[in-house]
Design a protein around this ligand. Structure first.
Ligand SMILES: [Zn+2]
Ligand SMILES: [Zn+2]
Length: 142
């Protein structure tokens, strides 16, 4: 689909490692992390090599939620409405021609800010969104 249909926007939601975490299967959980990392790497390589995507495509890799830290409730098995750092903190990898390279941002942002940043990249208006574009990522003001 990515190679043939060339969509303008794609959201891919990976089943792992969440599913194996909930199954309390540590080995499968670790495998899910490695496999999903490899899938993201394949997507990145496709973006770099496909003439349609090359030099004009943004890639965000993030998680839709965190996970309990060890010693918090049932640890890696679950997540939820929880104040632990594992549940409160997710990561975002942002790659694309509009973004600075090798920048590490430690400021606090929220998932809604990824949507606002995506809207900015696509010149879409989201008047009812409370998200703010993560402008520090951009090479120049957009
Ligand atoms: Zn879950
Ligand atoms: Zn937690």
């Amino acid at each position: 689909m990515l190679k043939t249909d060339h969509p303008n926007l794609v959201l891919i939601n990976f089943k792992e490692p969440d599913a194996s975490g909930h199954a309390n299967n540590w080995n499968a959980y670790l495998k899910g992390i490695k496999d999903t990392d490899a899938y993201a790497w394949e997507i990145w390589k496709l973006i770099k090599s496909d003439p349609f995507y090359k030099d004009n495509t943004t890639l965000f890799v993030t998680n839709d939620h965190g996970r309990h830290l060890d010693g918090v409730k049932d640890g890696f098995v679950n997540h939820g409405n929880c104040a632990c750092e594992g549940c409160q903190h997710i990561n975002l990898y942002a790659y694309g021609p509009d973004f600075k390279k090798n920048l590490i941002v430690k400021d606090t942002y929220y998932q809604k800010d990824v949507a606002a940043t995506t809207a900015k990249l696509l010149d879409l208006q989201m008047p009812h969104s409370e998200g703010k574009s993560i402008d520090v990522l951009f090479k120049k003001a957009k």
